[in-house]
Design a protein around this ligand. Structure first.
Ligand SMILES: Nc1ncnc2c1ncn2[C@@H]1O[C@H](COP(=O)(O)OP(=O)(O)OP(=O)(O)O)[C@@H](O)[C@H]1O
Ligand SMILES: [Mg+2]
Length: 168
């Protein structure tokens, strides 16, 4: 299976992805730490490191799919080109991409989580609430069938829902 997370920063993609990864024994390929690694390697921020990180993640995910194993991709996937990248990857491996979008229905809770967490990704600045609001305005509408999880609900409940969606 190819499982692809999507959603604004701080909505809980990584938390859900990691819970699913534990349940399924599947690797999580996360785009933000890859981009941070590119910066640490000296690739400058005027370079398209965001795109590069998505392509590196795709390459890693492709290797896992080639072994016939499940992989979870953890990325914002705000725009259509990003989403179609995963559709094409899935097609090449004869699987369906399962998209799981996280939203947080309580803006105050979303903001508290965003500003209260520490991801400890070396060299990666935490997005501000203003940046999240900007991205919300740019977040392209979806066409795909997907599971939308409201992370105002607790993580175990959402993890169980995701597992149910995956086997349905
Ligand atoms: N029910 C819940 N579901 C998901 N995350 C939760 C929940 N309750 C608390 N959190 C916390 O919310 C914070 C934000 O979640 P997370 O870092 O997974 O967001 P994200 O979507 O991966 O953001 P980014 O795109 O910036 O990586 C984390 O500290 C996470 O542990
Ligand atoms: Mg994350």
């Amino acid at each position: 299976m190819l499982i692809v997370m999507a959603g604004l920063p701080g909505t809980g993609k990584s938390a859900v992805a990691e819970a699913l990864g534990r349940e399924l024994g599947a690797p999580v390929v996360s785009v933000d730490p890859i981009e941070a690694a590119l910066w640490r390697a000296g690739v400058t921020r005027d370079q398209p490191t965001g795109l590069a990180a998505y392509l590196v993640a795709e390459t890693v995910a492709e290797g896992v799919l080639a072994l016939g194993q499940t992989v979870i991709v953890d990325a914002v996937n705000a725009v259509e080109p990003a989403r179609s990248q995963w559709r094409s990857l899935a097609k090449r491996h004869d699987v369906w991409p399962t998209f799981i979008e996280t939203v947080c229905s309580d803006p105050a809770l979303h903001r508290r989580r965003l500003e209260g967490r520490s991801r400890d990704i070396e060299g990666f600045p935490e997005p501000t609430w203003e940046a999240v609001e900007r991205l919300r305005a740019e977040f392209a509408p979806w066409t795909d069938v997907r599971l939308v999880l409201d992370t105002a609900i607790d993580l175990p409940t959402n993890t169980a829902r995701a597992l149910g969606f995956l086997i349905a």
